[in-house]
Design a protein around this ligand. Structure first.
Ligand SMILES: *Cc1c(COP(=O)(O)O)cnc(C)c1O
Length: 469
């Protein structure tokens, strides 16, 4: 296909469609409403044999996908921990695609390499982490956990006289890994990919909010010898509560262990003066994993792997080949810090976000979500048969609904969740928290207002009344 300027007219069509979609988000059904069969019928068909006009491809795509889109970018989506993309980041993301830069090395895109250096310094400043940390721009917190824990594995084995990148793990000194009992599945999955099995993890019990019991950590540390990694968590995915990281770090460091912190959303508390106490001491950890596509509200495909000492970070992940000519050693090699080589220039939307919001705007984004979560809890708690099950310390609210006529709260809660999802005014998911079924409400979107919270609380309470009627 020749490079014809008018092929790019399709971009204008995409822009119009995107604007129309975004304009409709506040009023559309928040969940996807199509059935899988309807989506397959609309989007499927045999492999196309012949080329087709790009504008019609885009128009058909937008039309046929529409009923299967969840309005996660909108103000009343409270599922999982989901940010919406701030408009300036969508615009920057469009440029990222139009420029189509490879973020692997300086020579492939000098602008992207320089932006990665700049944004690394900004992020470390925003989160009050030590100057000089290395930052890898990864796809999400899962890969950030992988990168941070790979650096940990490298360093604890190096100190034991073992080069794990050269000699592998099979004959290496045994590495012990200590986690809280409420460790996120992502950290467990990352450890698994690094050769640490699920059953090998030493799990420290947690308190009623899911925080690792620091008083029980010394016992766990005493039970192990040699290379040790402790994996702490700030921001429990159910309650939002953070492990007592300062204490954990002091105890672990006294035993020579590496501390990795999974802070997918909770680490952003560090950017807000009145919330920072919840994660106090976190800056003394050895590595941190966090997300930008959750609470920082940039488009998907954005996580951050941060390591206090760049040496083990690079040693664990860097690739070398004769054709990957790095050029000037002074210049950034983005792929040294991530488990990828060629990759999207995902720093660009992040650059635009921080430029646009600044330190105050980021703090305000996080602070506002917390205030709205508290408002939601206040609207629900105390209503007949409704119980908020967690201390609302951050942006997460867990709710349980009592049933009627011999129906238990677990069953009723599941019924309320199904009704809320079908109703479409807002979207919330479910989980099992300490043996009970709960509705999980995560307030993480930049555009949510008090009115959105009130309308959503009304819809949830209406669904509960209907469920027990
Ligand atoms: C979401 C989450 C992850 C995984 O992050 P992704 O962005 O889905 O890769 C890891 N840890 C915690 C605590 C999370 O909330």
């Amino acid at each position: 296909m020749p490079f014809l300027p008018d092929q790019y007219d399709v971009l204008d069509r995409a822009r119009e469609i995107a604007r129309a979609y975004l304009a409709g988000v506040p009023t559309r059904h928040v969940g996807g409403i199509a059935t899988p069969a309807a989506l397959r019928a609309a989007l499927g068909g045999p492999l196309p044999e012949r080329p087709r006009d790009p504008a019609s491809v885009i128009e058909q795509l937008a039309r046929d996908a529409d009923a299967g889109l969840a309005a996660t970018i909108g103000p009343r989506y409270f599922g999982f921990v989901t940010g919406g993309a701030v408009p300036v980041t969508v615009a920057a993301d469009w440029l990222t695609s139009a420029w189509d830069q490879n973020g692997a090395m300086y020579v492939m895109s000098p602008a992207v390499a320089v932006m990665e250096d700049i944004v690394s310094a900004w992020l470390v400043d925003l989160l009050h982490l030590p100057k000089g940390c290395s930052v890898g721009f990864v796809t999400g917190c899962h890969m950030a956990n992988f990168a941070g824990l790979a650096a940990a594995r490298h360093e604890v084995l190096r100190r034991a006289g073992w080069d794990v990148e050269a000699r592998g793990l099979q004959r290496a000194p045994r590495v012990m890994v200590i986690v809280g009992d409420e460790v996120h599945v992502s950290a467990v999955g990352a450890l698994r990919m690094l050769g640490f099995g699920t059953d090998e993890l030493i799990r420290v019990p947690v308190d009623g909010q899911g925080r690792m019991r620091a008083d029980l950590l010394p016992g766990a540390l005493e039970s192990v010898n040699g290379p040790t990694i402790v994996c702490a968590q700030v921001g429990n995915v159910a309650t939002g509560a953070s492990d007592p990281v300062g204490q954990i770090i002091d105890l672990a460091h006294a035993k020579g262990a590496w501390v990795h912190v999974d802070g997918a959303f909770g680490l952003w508390a560090a950017a807000v003066p009145e919330l920072a106490a919840q994660v106090s001491g976190v800056e003394r950890a050895d590595s941190w994993a966090t997300d930008a596509h959750k609470w920082l509200n940039v488009p998907y495909d954005s996580g951050l792997a941060i390591v206090a000492d760049p040496a083990p970070h690079r040693a664990a992940l860097s690739l070398m080949a004769s054709y990957l000519q790095r050029g000037d050693d002074e210049q950034r090699v983005g792929m040294d810090w991530v488990p990828e080589s060629s990759r999207r220039a995902r720093v660009i939307p992040l650059y635009a976000l921080i430029r646009s919001l600044g330190r105050e705007g980021v703090a305000d984004l996080v602070r506002r979500a917390c205030a709205l979560a508290e408002r939601m809890a206040g609207r629900l708690a105390g209503q007949p048969g409704v119980r908020v099950c967690n201390e609302v310390v951050l942006n997460q609210v867990l709710v349980q609904f009592a049933g009627a006529r011999g129906t238990g709260p677990d069953e009723t809660t599941r019924e309320v969740i199904a009704r809320v999802q079908a109703d479409g005014a807002c979207w919330a998911g479910g989980a099992v928290w300490q043996g009970r079924h709960v509705m999980r409400i995560s307030v993480s979107n930049w555009s949510t207002t008090e009115d959105d919270i009130d309308r959503s609380a009304d819809a949830i309470l209406r669904c509960h009344r209907d469920a027990v009627a």
